[in-house]
Design a protein around this ligand. Sequence first.
Ligand code: FES
Length: 207
Amino acid sequence: MGALLILAPFVPWGEFLSASIKNPGKYQRQKVVIDNKPEYKAAAGKVVNVNDLQTFPPNSNWVISYPSSGDSTLDAADADTFTKYELIRLPAELGGDMKDASAFVAFNKVCVHLWCSPNYNPAEGHKQYECPCHGSAYRLPDGLATAGPAAIQPPPTNAMPILILTADNDGALNIEPPVWEVNRNGVLGMGRALYQDGKVNVYKEAG
Ligand code: FES
């Protein structure tokens, strides 16, 4: 059983590795808009602004879609987790009260173990991205798996693919066009390289 849990998931890597090249028009710079779901209340369907600590407070999470259809209600109805990301405003102790893009992370909604869909758990003692299927947990802010079967998969299959976020001068948050490679945004459903030559991969900018 243990051996089964550590098997790497079947991933059509080729499809994702070259996705940016095959679909050059699909992955554009895009404003970060919260999926329009009632449970998100004031944040539902809104463009995220890093200066708005009331609507987007630290230690909070929402689902966003990338690429978006352009309609946050349609996006909310789309269940394809390969186009979904958990937007997390970090806890204050990790800089979530900063009024810049560094206060946020966006993790893909597909677990790199066997493709279930993790959720952020903001509770004290957790404050991590947790998968309900087999207990994998990913830490903030870098998305490294620290518990469960994903944590014992070899790099780069032990960290969460991400979106790169930047803020405009007026505070509006943007998604930079991703590069679906392990040393950049990562490969959806497979993983992301966090370390290169023993150093943290500090890749921040697309292009
Ligand atoms: S799918 Fe197994 S821990 Fe997420």
